[in-house]
Ligand binder design. Structure first.
Ligand code: FES
Length: 129
């Protein structure tokens, strides 16, 4: 089974949040803390922007051979449990498609996009410069 990566935009800023530490960075830290005692095996990776800046905080689930999902509207301090529950469902879904009825409400409401699995193609010698 391929390892799920949770990408977390560390640049997301919550509306009317004057904090020096952006909500996205706080969400990443909260997820790291939540994973310490979790049996879930996932990779966490902070990224500067997922181009969904009007839906903070934003995360994405991705794994080789699976659909990639982008979700938004998470609150840094309260979302880790929901995000990790969703990531657990994603991890066991062969193609990354989490059955709608099983998705936490925040994932149903916060879904922004899904992208098909990447198709890796070997380089064709004639096309190599
Ligand atoms: S700043 Fe978070 S998605 Fe762009």
């Amino acid at each position: 089974m391929s390892v799920t990566t949770i990408y977390v935009c560390t640049n997301c800023r919550a509306v009317d949040d004057p904090s020096d530490i952006r909500a996205g960075a706080r969400l990443l830290a909260a997820l790291e803390n939540s994973l310490i005692d979790s049996p879930l095996t996932v990779r966490l990776e902070g990224v500067e922007c997922l181009s969904v800046c009007k839906r903070p905080c934003t995360v994405a689930f991705s794994a080789p051979g699976k659909w990639t999902y982008v979700y938004g509207d998470f609150t840094a301090e309260t979302a880790p449990e929901t995000i990790l529950a969703g990531a657990a469902l994603y991890s066991v879904a062969e193609d990354g498609l989490i059955p709608w009825k099983q998705r936490p409400d925040a994932l149903k409401k916060g879904v922004i996009a899904r992208l098909p699995p990447s198709v890796s193609s070997p380089l064709i010698p004639e096309q190599v410069p």
